[in-house]
Design a protein around this ligand. Structure first.
Ligand SMILES: [Zn+2]
Length: 329
């Protein structure tokens, strides 16, 4: 679905703020220089009257200077201004227009193409909006560290490292095939501290980088949103409507901590309804849960787990607590 209007609006506001901030900074610098270097002010005023002279000469065809003379004098005054800056310990371009992005001059566009700086603002804005940044300051998926997982086989199970290699490969496939309706969603299960939230954030970052919308929430928060929506519907609370739209319409929904929400018949059927509706609309999900599939089946019934089995890559995380290992290293 690309970026929402809100994301574009926020991104343009950011560009506008940059231009305004740079304009103010330039104004401040001008005042600073004219206070500190009186000759600079003199040169500027001389240049100004020279330009007036030039205009008069062109429009009234009179004056005691030739066009070439005016040009030469103007050039030498420009040089003088720069020299004065340098002599006083400032960079020669100290009073040039200031841009965060010199390519598009903070307009966001080069000719009719979007500048990379606007593209980045859009991605960052979408990323912040998806609320993942509150969970982790994530790294690139290529930085995912397998060396935290041990390489010993236990009780006939593959080592946690080779298990993670497989999960990482599945996650990369998920990213590459994200646009294909047949590609399955991801179910990350296993105890805390094994990297489920981290890996889902890495995947989210990649998906956002491909101009898709991502919505991240814990299962508990999603249930809150749905209950609020029922309660506030008539008042059309913007935040809640927006969140509801994201739960159903975002290109990728990440439900974190499934199983830690307060469980009621209502919440259980709400979770099923979201998962089922999104699957019917070929919309992808990543679901993180500390529960194993068997526990999930007991809580959420086979209605939900059969959806998981049919339409999700089942990725079971196991091994030692990575957070603990990281803290120890
Ligand atoms: Zn730019």
């Amino acid at each position: 679905m690309g970026y929402s209007k809100d994301i574009y609006r926020l991104a343009y506001e950011q560009l506008e703020q940059k231009r305004e901030r740079n304009k103010q900074e330039l104004e401040r610098r001008k005042q600073e220089i004219e206070q500190k270097i009186p000759e600079y002010r003199t040169a500027r005023l001389q240049l100004f009257s020279l330009i007036e002279e030039g205009v008069r000469m062109v429009s009234e065809k009179r004056g005691h200077l030739t066009g070439t003379e005016i040009k030469e004098m103007a050039n030498s005054l420009e040089c003088k201004k720069r020299d004065l800056l340098v002599q006083n310990g400032y960079p020669a371009n100290y009073l040039d227009d200031i841009y965060d992005c010199s390519v598009c001059r903070d307009t966001g566009f080069v000719m009719d193409r979007m500048c990379t700086c606007l593209d980045k603002i859009l991605r960052d804005t979408a990323y912040n909006q998806s609320s993942i940044k509150y969970i982790l300051d994530v790294q690139d998926i290529s930085d995912f560290r397998l060396d935290y997982y041990d390489s010993y086989e236990k009780n006939g199970y593959p080592s946690s490292r080779s298990n993670m290699e497989r999960i990482l490969a599945v996650s990369k496939q998920f990213i590459e095939c994200f646009d294909q309706p047949a590609e399955k969603s991801l179910l990350f299960s296993g105890s805390t501290g094994l990297g489920k939230t981290f890996l889902s954030s890495c995947v989210a970052r990649e998906i956002l980088g491909r101009e898709h919308s991502v919505f991240y929430q814990t299962a508990a928060k999603i249930i809150d949103i749905i209950e609020d929506y029922k309660f506030y519907r008539k008042e059309a609370k913007y935040d809640i409507e927006n969140a509801m739209e994201n739960i159903y319409q975002s290109d990728l929904l990440i439900i974190d901590d499934l199983g830690t929400e307060a469980r009621t018949t209502y919440s259980i059927s709400a979770i099923f309804e979201i998962v089922n509706t999104r699957l019917l609309n070929h919309k992808k999900m990543i679901i993180n849960s500390n529960l194993g599939l068997r526990d999930m089946e007991q809580i959420y019934t086979t209605r939900l787990t059969s959806r998981f089995i049919g339409s999700f890559h089942l990725c079971e995380f196991y091994g030692e607590d990575i957070r603990l290992l990281k803290a120890l290293k």
